[in-house]
Design a protein around this ligand. Sequence first.
Ligand SMILES: [Zn+2]
Length: 482
Amino acid sequence: MIVRIAIGGMSHEGTTFSPLLTDLEDLVVTRGEDLLLDDNLRQLYRQHNVEIVPTLFARGTPSGIIKKSCYQVLKNEILQKIKLAKDLDGICLTLHGAMEVEEVGDGEGDLVSSIRAVVGEDVLISVSLDLHGNLTSKLVESVDLLTAYRTAPHRDAAETRCRAASLLIHAWQNNLKPKTAWIPVPILLPGEKVITELEPAASLYAMIEEVNQVPGILDTSIMVGFAWADVPHASASVVVIAENDRDMAYEQAERLAETFWNRREAFHFDVETYPVDESIDEALSFAQKPVFISDSGDNPTAGATGDIPIFLERLLAKNVKNAVVAAIADAKAVKTCVAEGLGSKMSLSIGGKLDTIHAEPLTITGRVTFLSDDSKTAVFQIDGEDSAHNGIEVILTADRRAFISPDQFKALNIDLFSRDIVVVKLGYLFPELRDIAPRSIMALSPGVSNEDIESLPFNRVRRPIYPLDRDFEWSPSRHALR
Ligand SMILES: [Zn+2]
């Protein structure tokens, strides 16, 4: 028998602390036959005689929340395609969990509840999520199945998409109407404190397999949540889905939620952390070079603008001679460098144009030492007092860009090993940089992705929540879900 499944989705992590709005030009939209079909998914669908109905898939790098008009256009197209597709048995969507939409709020909940309103109760809906997502009852009640990544840093995105599809096919073949237990756990943690390979997360995440072994349980997810969202529903949560017995699912969910809650104070950064100035002092005092410093508050991979020049300003103030700053997003400054040309000397105002809350433009003097062929990247070397040193180099990019591998520096003729300090706008170093770094420090710097959650201006998040509130009791309670 053929099963007809519509596929698609929207995956975006939007921080409410960013002054930027995400629009259509910031997203990559895929349509048609190639939509989200990697080889394993193709094989799975073929094996089970699934007829695919593609809608669209939109994704973008983390940034500010999505502009309402942008969201509406994409949502309407998905709804239209689902309306036109007659006789659907199921819908399988790739979502994130932290897609906040201007004036709409919870994007995933709005999208899935709108789809539910179109297809009615009989069509199974299954979604995959990033574990850095915040769940609402609107989302949880609108789907039959949801499953989240089990690794951070993420190594199981494709596997999770396959699992969402397998669960859907399994439920359809066995005529199941699954029952969900969902328990929000009042904890807000920056992602950098929850590495699933390390304790206390490792043994918590290992419980997923154990719960999944219980007869009658279909799937289990532990959501870390997304802390850089000042929304009422920002929090960690656990979800357990049973074939038909919700009480049984809740028994397991309560056990997981209690374990998570009891470990809340054990989550920690696994790298050295210092304030900005101290991180520079620490790096200078270390014999082996280069020392990598993550400017974690302005991390574009976590949605920040990537244009705060605080490290450059502090390196100059401390008279550091040999460092590279990767990078400052500043399209105007890059344009000026390109217009003036390679080797030209000038004063340049950089940064502080996107994030006007945490930064001000900084004026620097020096010369252009590299221009990329596509005119989107410039290297600017600051005039050094000591000619024996190369001075400080700052990489300027026309887009918001993170430097995650040595090859990116090599492409700009920058030899990392001849530098004392390499500043990157990241949280944790990505593996390729970590492998070559003699020492790595995470600076707790200001910005949209500030790792010091307690210093963020939360107004809307539901209280009490740890660590914004510390002196309160909590025990799991059951939600009456449909
Ligand atoms: Zn994530």
